[in-house]
Design a binder for this molecule. Structure first.
Ligand code: AMP
Length: 180
């Protein structure tokens, strides 16, 4: 199984395009549009995202704007869970909670509807990529403020040199298909 898994990961990795200096100089942007385009890569990525959490009881997958929405709803369906969006400021129409986090220069915020989950809900946080971990960490705080429990993190790509994992809730499993 390990060999098969590795070849699936290699295939997924091959279907992610790296765009140098986007959106600004020095950033190696991981473009997953090429992954979505290829029907086999699309299917295998969905399969690999769900795999580590199949035997867990999950109430919600929280997808992070915006690329966390692309696989997030499908992941929720695969895990027999609901989907909730965590969005940039001003996008969610009903009452929200907001969490601000530090960027390299300045700060940003993420928001969640204040009725998005129920007390004690088990939530998986999903995004396409974890870099510094600021976005996923802000989402974690929002889930906790609503009384939910973060039981896992799910990413397609992890840029491990940025040590984003260290920002996440300790001891909660982190699954990244591709670790660079
Ligand atoms: P961070 O909060 O630093 O972990 O950044 C994660 C968020 O920024 C995710 O929503 C990613 O989609 C996006 N992101 C950060 N770095 C990259 C990158 N090199 N390529 C693609 N997306 C990125």
């Amino acid at each position: 199984m390990k060999k098969v898994e590795q070849s699936i990961k290699d295939f997924i990795s091959k279907n992610i395009r790296t765009i140098p200096d986007f959106p600004k100089e020095g950033i190696q942007f991981k473009d997953i549009t090429t992954l979505l385009q290829d029907k086999r890569a699309l299917e295998l990525t969905s399969f690999m995202l769900a795999q580590p959490f199949r035997n867990r009881s999950v109430d919600f997958v929280a997808g992070l704007e915006s690329r966390g929405f692309l696989f997030g709803t499908n992941l929720a369906q695969d895990l027999n869970a609901g989907f909730i969006p965590v969005r940039k400021p001003g996008k969610l129409p009903a009452n929200t909670l907001s969490e601000t986090y530090e960027l390299e220069y300045g700060e940003d915020s993420m928001e969640i509807h204040d009725d998005a989950i129920f007390e004690g809900a088990k939530v998986i946080i999903h995004d396409d990529l974890i870099a510094t971990g600021g976005t996923a960490s802000a989402a974690s705080k929002l889930i906790q403020r609503l009384g939910g429990e973060v039981i896992g993190y799910s990413f397609i790509i992890e840029l491990s040199f940025l040590k984003g994992r260290e920002m996440l809730i300790p001891k909660v499993p982190v699954d990244s298909i591709i670790i660079e």
